[in-house]
Write a new protein. Structure first.
Ligand code: NAP
Length: 320
């Protein structure tokens, strides 16, 4: 089978499409015939060797994918050969024709969701779900600012928040992105490059502020986020690419909280709740992953450049 292999950390051209041996499912394992693999910013940090956890070389990148179960090992009872699935991480890497997974990493894909869309479920939707519901404990009637709503996590967050009855303010840097954010259900789509947009958020909330902020670029925005919070407001730091200065006083008089999260350390019982919630939303149509770009797996380097470029539009997936 063919797989992207990385033999040394570096720029996107270290990813090469190579012929590698077929995978065999051991006890408690599943082999998925991958139809599409999802591309996430974290894949680029891992490929570059700048992520906190470095895989042993050589390796196949990718945590997201969707396809069909092609074989199962002994003791696997949650899926059968032929089932349509999405993966939540893999043991062998998702940028490949086959992915070896533990049984717990494989989840049913509703029939109404395509494989390309399925490749955009785990990292984006599980992060948005965990941030909004499990960390910030957002509830119907509250207002959420999805600060960076045009990309993978952001579009997922807008759909989840809208379906759950929150008032949704989303931001994007391009006009096309703002159109997408509005189409996903945001009540207000603002430009995070517009000098007046922070005041606009306060005006939308009649000066009260927002209850929850899901922050995709905390190094840019955390200092600006805190004055936007209502009393008891919560900021969830989802993405950050550097340092930032904040005024801690902005949290004090509001009983405000800044909370971090990393999806990959979420406890198993929390993940089980996330997957159940996502399945329900995907099956009933309130969640509908947006595939903005589909790129052939042999051009994975182009996909890594695209996912780090401005002007996000949903998910980028690799056609396998
Ligand atoms: P993505 O698809 O590349 O989207 C990036 C988003 O950030 C876009 O909406 C982009 O908007 C927005 N953005 C760019 N400049 C911004 C600014 N100045 N203010 C606010 N937003 C801005 O990436 P993603 O998959 O959604 O992930 C978003 C971030 O979360 C990444 O840093 C990723 O590494 C991180 N992440 C963390 C976890 C975790 O477990 N903590 C999980 C998944 C992702 P425009 O392009 O329209 O300007």
């Amino acid at each position: 089978m063919k797989a992207i292999r990385v033999h040394e950390f570096g720029e996107s051209d270290v990813m090469k499409l190579e012929e590698v041996p077929d995978l065999i499912a051991g006890e408690g394992q599943v082999v998925v015939q991958v139809s599409a693999a999802g591309v996430n910013p974290v894949d680029t940090y891992i490929r570059a060797g700048t992520y906190a956890v470095k895989p042993d070389l050589p390796f196949t990148p990718g945590m997201d994918g969707a396809g069909t179960v092609s074989s199962i090992g002994s003791g696997v009872d949650n899926v059968s050969v032929g089932d349509r699935v999405y993966v939540a991480g893999t043991l062998s890497g998702a940028y490949a024709e086959q992915a070896l997974c533990s049984a717990g990493q494989v989840h049913a894909l509703p029939d109404n969701i395509s494989f390309s869309q399925g490749a955009g479920i785990f990292v984006a939707y599980a992060t948005a779900y965990r941030g909004l519901f499990q960390r910030a404990k957002g509830v119907a009637g509250e207002t959420v600012l999805v600060h960076g709503a045009s990309g993978g996590v952001g579009t997922a967050a807008v759909q989840l928040a809208r379906a759950a009855g929150l008032t949704v303010i989303g931001t994007a840097g391009s006009e096309r992105g703002r159109g997408l954010v509005a189409d996903q259900g945001a009540h207000h789509a603002l430009d995070h490059h517009d000098p007046g947009y922070l005041q606009e958020i306060m005006d939308i909330t009649n000066g009260v502020g927002v209850n929850v902020i899901l922050e995709m670029l905390a190094n840019e925005n955390l200092g600006k986020d805190l004055p936007l919070l209502a009393h008891g407001g919560r900021v969830v730091v989802i993405g950050s690419r550097g340092n930032v200065e904040i005024n801690p006083r902005d949290t004090m008089a509001k009983d405000a909280s800044i909370m971090g999260m990393v999806l990959l350390i979420a406890p198993e019982e929390d993940l089980a709740g996330i997957h159940a919630g996502l399945y329900a939303g995907l099956a009933n149509g309130s969640l509908n992953p947006v595939v903005g770009q589909e790129i052939a797996i042999g051009d994975a380097s182009k996909a890594h450049e695209a996912v780090m470029a401005p002007g996000a539009y949903g998910k980028i997936v690799l056609a396998v």
